[in-house]
Write a protein that binds this ligand. Structure first.
Ligand SMILES: Cc1cc2nc3c(=O)[nH]c(=O)nc-3n(C[C@H](O)[C@H](O)[C@H](O)COP(=O)(O)OP(=O)(O)OC[C@H]3O[C@@H](n4cnc5c(N)ncnc54)[C@H](O)[C@@H]3O)c2cc1C
Length: 335
């Protein structure tokens, strides 16, 4: 049987913080686990919205940057070697005659699993793209959405940022010491965000073009220059750039979840105390679920993951009593 036809014990849809911790716990329960994530990276809203921000309300961790929390969660999830599939949005969930679930993603790929744990947050986060004809040609080569890989060498590069919100301002400040030149293009004269950061940016070496938009992209394989249009004067100028980072906001795509015969209360999936949905074999955790006094926080989801994993395990071995599980071992940890 080829890997693509392999039937997993459990497939977690969504690789946010709750999906990752759930994957770890499914491994603890010795279930063959797959995680499917729409974005090209794991971490969900933490990676998407606030990788740099400090989180202080996770038990046992007084303070941690979002990206560090996700790095640790990913490492923890990988303890039991789950399969992690990125860049796929699950659009269809179908239970076939033998009880196996067939999940179909937007790429047409099919995934086979005995149980499903939904950890989809509010849905797939989709970046607003540049509305220029050839923009997709340069995507991930010279045009980046939401974030740029700062571990790459930008010292000889001119990076242009497009947008006027917090993210653009933050990224411009972050890139100033890393790149040869930083330019910001914003359609309005005023930036939104934290006042002291905006002042810092305006007083920095960054070049700022307002009220302006990108009007053309030029280059064969990679971008070599762009045309910037001033919205007041209509004047156009060609500028040589190496990379463009776009922060135009996002939309949330719930996909076809409402067609999966799940019981919804508003935008959330109703679950019982075992995190079971109305469909036998389908469980849900994290921001997508609702029950009385549900806590839409990471710590709330962390409690739900092990519960859902235990329920999935119990579903797979009916009649067998599930023993409580401790993770403690005698090991010498590297300090
Ligand atoms: C600005 C901000 C600050 C916050 N600060 C805190 C804080 O300090 N402390 C705290 O506890 N919480 C905080 N939160 C809330 C916290 O981020 C969420 O509770 C948490 O991210 C929920 O995790 P999740 O895994 O359930 O969902 P998400 O983080 O939303 O992850 C869900 C993932 O599923 C993916 N997905 C969705 N549908 C599909 C599909 N069909 N196929 C494949 N993949 C799919 C999405 O792309 C996403 O990556 C904050 C939220 C925001 C926006």
């Amino acid at each position: 049987m080829g890997n693509e036809m392999k039937v997993y014990d459990v497939t977690i849809i969504g690789g946010g913080p709750v999906g990752l911790f759930t994957a770890f716990y499914c491994g603890m329960r010795e279930m063959e686990t797959k995680v499917i994530e729409f974005l090209p990276f794991v971490g969900g809203k933490v990676s998407y919205f606030y990788p740099e921000k400090v989180i202080r309300d996770i038990g046992g961790i007084p303070a941690i940057a979002g990206e560090d929390l996700i790095r640790q969660l990913e490492a923890q999830a990988k303890t039991f070697h789950p399969t992690i599939v990125l860049n796929q949005q699950v659009l269809g969930v179908e239970k076939v005659e033998d009880g196996t679930f067939v999940l179909t993603s937007h790429t047409g790929e099919r995934h086979y699993t005995r149980t499903v744990i939904l950890a989809t947050g509010f849905g797939a986060l989709k970046s607003a793209k540049l509305e220029l004809e050839n923009a997709c040609h340069y995507e991930q080569k010279s045009i980046f959405y939401d974030a740029i890989d700062t571990s790459l060498n930008w010292t000889d590069k001119h990076v242009m940022l497009v947008g006027g919100g917090n993210s653009t301002v933050d990224w411009a400040i972050k890139l100033l010491p890393l790149a040869k030149q930083v330019t910001v293009v914003h359609r309005k004269n005023e930036f939104a965000g934290i006042g002291r950061n905006i002042t810092y940016l305006k007083e920095s070496d960054a070049t700022i073009w307002t009220p302006s938009v990108l009007d053309g992209l030029h280059g064969d394989d990679v971008l070599t220059s762009v045309t910037v249009k001033n919205l007041e004067s209509g004047e156009r100028q060609k500028i040589e750039v190496d990379a463009v980072l776009v922060n135009h906001g996002f939309s949330i795509d719930g996909g076809h979840m409402k067609e999966w015969q799940l019981e919804f209360v508003g935008s959330n999936i109703s679950v019982d105390s075992g995190m079971a949905t109305n469909i036998p074999g389908v469980f849900a955790v994290g921001d997508i679920v609702t029950y009385p006094n549900k806590l839409h926080l990471i710590s709330g989801g962390f409690a739900e993951g092990p519960t859902a994993a235990n329920s999935a395990k119990a579903y797979l071995q009916p009649g067998k009593k599930l023993k409580p599980l401790y993770s403690t071992t005698y090991e010498k940890l590297q300090k």
